[in-house]
Design a protein around this ligand. Structure first.
Ligand SMILES: O=C(O)CCC(=O)C(=O)O
Ligand SMILES: [Fe+2]
Length: 202
């Protein structure tokens, strides 16, 4: 596979990092995760239902509801979150750290019309650890902003098999997903997009 690494505003984007076989394996693994931790539409602290469906794997899951954004050790039904699949951990070990694994794999599912507003990932305790993001399925228009809200932005399409690392000075860069390009991938048989973000929480 071609391994073009783009660097945009300090964010590393590994285009086509995952072969089609690895992408298919990850999709199967995520299907198992979702069986044990079903997707839900989270509600923001402001009371708005997010268009993206979410679930998590790992020691912590990221949740949001009227009482705020946070990490939880258990699902709403008190079950622990499923383990992060080995194939997912391998990507972190290869690109971030072989000695310290992530605590959370947030799983986002985007239907054709879902999007995610500009935000920072800042609910983690130690920003020296990057956030690693894996894209599967339909392409998504990813917008990269600045360390404070507003200002000029740049956008790029994240495609199935792309892996991104937001670390260092770019760890707290504002980012979001403007839109999905429906029908752009066959990796998910029923369409849509899965994004996995790996985070060190504690
Ligand atoms: O879907 C993406 O590529 C970005 C997801 C994201 O920013 C997040 O879950 O915090
Ligand atoms: Fe984010």
């Amino acid at each position: 596979m071609a391994n073009t690494v783009l660097r945009i505003r300090g964010i590393d984007i590994y285009k086509e990092y995952l072969t089609p076989d690895r992408q298919a394996e990850l999709v199967d693994d995520i299907r198992q995760v979702v069986r044990r931790a079903p997707f839900a539409h989270p509600v923001t602290p402001g009371g708005r239902r997010m268009s993206v469906k979410m679930t998590s794997a790992g020691r912590f899951g990221w949740v949001t509801d009227q009482s705020g954004y946070r990490y939880e050790r258990r699902q709403a039904n008190d079950d622990p979150w499923p383990e992060i699949p080995e194939a997912v951990l391998r990507i972190w070990a290869d690109l971030v750290s072989a000695s310290r694994g992530p605590d959370c794999c947030l799983v986002n599912f985007y239907t054709d019309t879902a999007k995610m507003g500009m935000h920072q990932d800042k609910d983690e305790a130690d920003f020296r650890w990057p956030v690693l993001s894996i894209s599967l399925g339909d392409a998504a228009l990813f917008r990269i902003g600045n360390l404070t809200r507003g200002g000029k932005t740049e956008s790029l399409w994240l495609e199935s098999g792309d892996v991104m690392v937001m670390g260092g000075d770019a760890r707290l860069t504002y980012h979001g997903i403007d839109r999905i390009r429906p029908g752009s991938s066959r990796v998910l048989p029923h369409g849509g997009r899965i994004n996995l973000t790996l985070r060190v929480v504690e």
